[in-house]
Design a protein around this ligand. Structure first.
Ligand code: TRP
Length: 335
């Protein structure tokens, strides 16, 4: 029996933060150790080009994100870990899919619509500064997924529409050219709480409230000390509900530790003490991986080798499948 295929991509813009770690990276790495699925994890560097025109940032972010996954113990013997741009068949498939995707479907994509709305709101032409990459983004994402016939695609809520589009595109291709693609399903884990940032809103680069994952110890402590609390003094009972500090603590705590902290809040723990405990817990979880991360960042060739090995394994699937798809649409040898 063939295993279920789980696939997800990480856009290589920016530096990973605690929200990425808790919400996506940690669960994916845990899942990679299981034997019941074949997982594909990749660095979506073509997607990065949609948002970012700084070559140094794209490269640095690719390095940091690859090092992050490896340092945190991704099992690259089991999971296939690769860089999107190392699989040229993905671009090729993108074109085949582009040719059958309805423009009207792309018109409905949230990210594109939001960009149009922003333009209208600011009195610009609708199309102002909108590149075709943004418009066609869901087709590239569909190619990522359909290339490996993924059954399950773990994503954030904001990506669910893209999965629906992938299914739609797959169905259309299958309808015209035969049953080649599995219809993928989004997996949105409601249990992984959206981690709040220092100001209590969702931790996100766009709110400038993130705690980077690989801060050195002192800087991590400082960053945790900046989590917004209120003016209650030690001895006064404190609410866990709505507390960003409690939510961040909980994301790293066992259920016993969480209960104990809840009790400490009720008993009036001082904010400084609670933050110190939060720092110690997070630091003890990250410190061993941090050392590995620092070693990897200092040795990019090692990461490159690992990605090349991943690409080779991914292409064992992609090359013959692409061959079959080319033939299906009529791109075949003449004799
Ligand atoms: N678009 C996704 C994001 O921004 C990243 C991504 C690219 C992806 N290709 C994918 C996720 C394929 C899942 C499957 O989060």
């Amino acid at each position: 029996m063939s295993k279920r295929t789980v696939l997800t991509g990480i856009t290589t813009t920016g530096t990973p933060h605690l929200g990425n770690y808790v919400g996506a990276i940690k669960p994916a790495i845990q899942a990679s150790h299981g034997d019941t699925v074949q997982s594909f994890y990749f660095l979506a560097d073509y997607h990065a080009l949609i948002k970012c025109r700084d070559p140094e940032v794209v490269q640095q972010s690719t390095l940091e994100i690859a090092a992050t996954w490896l340092a945190l113990g991704l099992d690259t013997g089991k999971a296939i870990f690769y860089r999107q741009s190392d699989i040229p068949e993905i671009s090729e498939l993108t074109w085949l899919l582009t040719c059958i995707t309805a423009k009207g479907l792309m018109n409905r994509a949230h990210a594109y619509k939001a960009a149009v709305q922003d333009n209208i709101a600011s009195g610009e032409d609708e199309d102002f500064a909108i590149a075709m990459g943004l418009f066609s983004y869901p087709i590239l994402m569909a190619a990522d997924i359909l290339m490996f016939n993924a059954n399950n695609v773990p994503v954030g809520r904001d990506q669910v529409q893209h999965l629906e589009m992938s299914r739609d595109i797959a169905q259309r291709f299958n309808h015209h050219f035969g049953e080649h693609f599995v219809l993928p399903e989004a997996v949105v884990d409601d249990n992984v709480a959206l981690l709040p940032g220092q100001d209590g809103r969702k931790m996100s680069k766009s709110y400038n409230n993130t705690i980077p994952l690989w801060l050195p110890e002192k800087a991590l402590r400082k960053s945790i000390m900046k989590i917004v609390t209120n003016s209650l003094v030690p001895g006064e009972p404190k609410q866990t509900e709505g507390s960003a500090l409690f939510a961040i603590y909980s994301a790293f705590a066992s259920s016993e530790q969480r209960d104990a902290m809840k009790q400490a809040f009720a008993d009036g723990i001082g904010w400084g003490d609670a933050k110190q405990q939060c720092f110690e817990m997070i630091n003890s979880e990250l410190a061993p991986a941090r050392a590995l991360y620092d070693d990897l960042i200092a040795d990019p060739a090692k990461i490159e080798t690992c990605l090349q090995q991943g690409a080779e394994r991914a292409r064992e699937v992609a090359v013959p499948f692409m061959q079959r798809l080319r033939a299906a649409v009529g791109i075949r040898p003449l004799a």
